[in-house]
Design a protein around this ligand. Sequence first.
Ligand code: NAP
Length: 280
Amino acid sequence: MESILLDGKSLSKEIEIELKQRVKNIIKRTGNTPVLATILVGNDPSSEIYVKMKGNACDRVGIKSLKVHLPENITTDGLLNEIDKLNNDDTVCGILLQHPVPNQINERLCFDKIVIEKDVDGVTCLGFGKMTMGENAFGSATPTGIMKLIEHYNLPIEGKHAVVIGRSPILGKPIAMMLLNRNATVTICHSRTKNLSDIVKQADIVVGAVGIPEFIKADWIKDNAIVIDAGYHKGGVGDIEINKVKDRTLAYTPVPGGVGPITIATLISQTVESAEERLK
Ligand code: NAP
């Protein structure tokens, strides 16, 4: 059987077409264009590109992006103050704080300053807790996008052994909880995990979220697994040796064109949802 390519690029285009219509309806009903505020601290070139890509996606669906660019040396208090201004700005329905922020800043404190209604990137502890408990909350954008892809292609999750490599607050932990909520049996691996390759060999679903180019080797992955590569590195490679394994998977995400675009579409989709919530 041929492997299924989980086409994040094409699914995100489909999502954007639907969002464009929903945004038109919001504007018609309220007279206001929804606003996503994006906060960029400093001048990290990759972060600048990510924020720009998110702004472009806002343009495509007809929402406004309010770009807040703050100096590299801003303090935690300074950033908390900026977030608070956006929390209190009624025109803003979503706030994205681009990760990572410079070292002097307490990122967790700043993420948690975002009010839950505007946490469209799903980075707050409250949002994570609610999602984990199966309550209504915006999920972290990358894992929520991954779940959208898996669901769009009707891939089996229940009863499957999912192995997540990485346990970051924005990716590894939330995807593990999302898969658990869909009745997968989940193993979470990290830098202190022993015998990583043996664990990955048992996986029906592999999620690579390590941040090291092609760290997860093709020969660790069993035949007919679902292989999700969240990584993106220079030279167009991910965290998994995806090109060496893709032909014997049940399904896989390409790099690029898999997890990246669906992450952005999810962020924009949750911003539109936040704007619609206000209409209720
Ligand atoms: P992160 O915060 O750096 O977390 C990396 C995780 O990998 C940590 O939990 C770490 O374990 C684990 N790890 C590191 N070395 C390991 C090793 N030798 N063996 C096993 N586990 C190891 O990274 P992240 O933000 O989650 O991002 C992960 C990847 O996803 C990156 O490639 C990033 O570029 C990508 N990403 C993509 C998007 C997108 O929009 N497409 C968004 C976010 C992230 P410890 O906890 O023990 O340190």
